[in-house]
Design a protein around this ligand. Structure first.
Ligand SMILES: Cc1cc2nc3c(=O)[nH]c(=O)nc-3n(C[C@H](O)[C@H](O)[C@H](O)COP(=O)(O)OP(=O)(O)OC[C@H]3O[C@@H](n4cnc5c(N)ncnc54)[C@H](O)[C@@H]3O)c2cc1C
Length: 421
């Protein structure tokens, strides 16, 4: 999907290499991008005719079990951090697909299965090592360069190259309760209404979402439903299995599901549950988002129509349940912005052929436009389309924090070496 030709890709082995690469870009006034996990859907890690500071060989993870801290190099993936953390019985709040990089994820927020228990990845960023455009090497924490820590927590980057991220970690697993329930399209509306009621009272140990999409061809799903529209509810519960059975029952017992794949499974498996839906280099992606003010019946009706109009069976409309710890961080406490919305809508156009680019991108844009009537107007910076709206996406995501973030970027990167948007 991302077809760009950088002039130079510098594969870094350590922070010294990163500093050398930045100095070279500065001296030659070349555009520069850092590549973490390379998963940004807008392709912002790759500039045309510029320099890629590639951190994909910097993936070391160290766990301090006594302090419940996990330190990872800037090129680590979610899977790298999960494996090392779980070996010590810990987990860091990260995202849902294990190949995603922690860097881009954290710098723009980071929401996953632990968001309602422990917040975003960026909320749990305790410290970081940053190399600025001027080549300064800064340690960042609550007490050292705290304004920079504020900006790294969800401001979308552009403040320098982060060579290491240090996170708060929590005892999780080794097993967790994982719910995955599929309903027919005929029952979609009633099942979604039931989900809305359940989500408003579910405890913080649960993070869930509803997916409007087309059923994958899994053995556990009757063949007649394969590739037809369905609604799926997915949830992770961190409590003990009896508590989880009780709390997830309203979701699992409702109506007549066509498949219920819920189980108690290793946390590491749950973290990989959707990996197969995002095969490397096989699909094309265009993702947008909107924070929703609620999920009234009109909004649900519109969402079902949008799913029916999807030109690709791989595309999804994801309704992420928010609240809990996610919502208890003040809008100005971190650069991330307002947390008051009860749901985030992810509009994921995912498709196979370049011939279908226009139809799929237009579907996502139409969905975004139509659903904006039910939104707070804010967007999530990790699902930015192609950044074709430029600064507008950053404003829509950061809200009142926008000016403060821009001032911070100007302070640490006056010539805009790192700023692509
Ligand atoms: C399959 C898939 C699943 C996803 N699932 C989730 C999810 O569950 N939750 C969620 O919140 N998001 C999710 N996302 C979105 C994801 O968080 C963003 O795409 C994020 O940008 C990926 O980070 P990365 O390091 O892999 O990206 P990259 O493309 O490497 O980088 C993204 C941006 O950050 C900059 N950057 C990268 N590394 C550094 C660094 N070390 N220092 C400074 N700047 C850096 C890059 O220059 C670029 O602008 C998913 C994306 C994909 C493709």
């Amino acid at each position: 999907m991302i077809d760009r030709r950088p002039a130079l890709i510098i594969c870094c082995a350590n922070a010294h290499d990163v500093a050398t690469a930045i100095a070279y870009a500065r001296q030659h006034a070349m555009p520069l991008s850092v590549r973490g996990g390379g998963h940004n859907v807008a392709g912002t890690a790759v500039p045309d005719d510029g320099i890629v500071v590639d951190l994909s060989r910097m993936r070391e993870v160290q766990v301090d079990a006594a302090r419940r801290r996990v330190r990872a190099q800037g090129g680590a993936t979610i899977g790298d951090v999960d494996r090392a953390s779980q070996a010590a019985g810990l987990a860091v709040p990260l995202g849902l697909v294990s190949q995603t990089g922690i860097a881009g994820l954290t710098l723009a927020g980071g929401i996953g299965w632990l968001r309602r228990a422990y917040g975003t990845s960026s909320d749990n960023l305790a410290a970081a090592d940053v190399i600025t455009a001027a080549g300064e090497r800064l340690h960042v924490s609550e007490t050292e360069n705290p304004e920079l820590l504020w900006g790294l927590r969800g401001g979308g980057g552009g403040l320098g190259a982060v060579t290491s991220f240090e996170y708060h970690a929590y005892p999780v697993g080794p097993d967790v309760s994982f719910a995955l329930v599929f309903h027919t399209w005929q029952d979609a509306q009633s099942a979604l209404r039931n989900y809305r009621e359940w989500a408003s009272t579910a405890p913080d140990e649960v993070s869930s979402f509803a997916i409007l999409w087309h059923a994958p061809a899994l053995d556990e799903i009757p063949a007649e439903y394969h590739h037809t529209p369905v609604v799926t509810f997915a949830a992770m519960h961190l409590g003990d299995s009896a508590e989880a059975r009780h709390d997830l029952a309203p979701l699992r017992d409702f109506g007549n599901p066509i498949a219920d794949l819920s189980d108690v499974i290793p946390y590491l498996d749950a973290q990989r549950a959707f990996d197969d839906d995002y095969p490397a280099h096989e699909l094309r992606y265009y993702w947008k988002s909107l924070y929703l003010t609620g999920l009234d019946d009109d909004a649900l009706g519109l969402l079902t129509k949008i799913n029916e109009a999807s030109p690709s069976p791989h595309s999804t409309l994801d309704i992420w349940q928010l609240g809990g710890a996610f919502s208890r961080v003040g809008a100005e406490e971190t650069a991330f912005g307002d947390r008051s919305a009860p749901f985030l809508l992810g509009i994921e156009a995912n498709w196979e052929s370049p011939d279908d680019d226009n139809a799929n991108i237009q579907w996502a844009r139409n969905a975004h436009q139509a659903m904006s009537a039910y939104s707070t107007g804010a967007e999530y910076l990790n699902f930015p389309g192609f950044y074709e709206e430029g600064e507008q996406v950053l404003r829509a995501s950061l809200g009142a924090n926008f000016e403060r973030l821009i001032a911070l970027r100007k302070q640490h990167d006056p010539t805009g070496l790192f700023s692509r948007r």
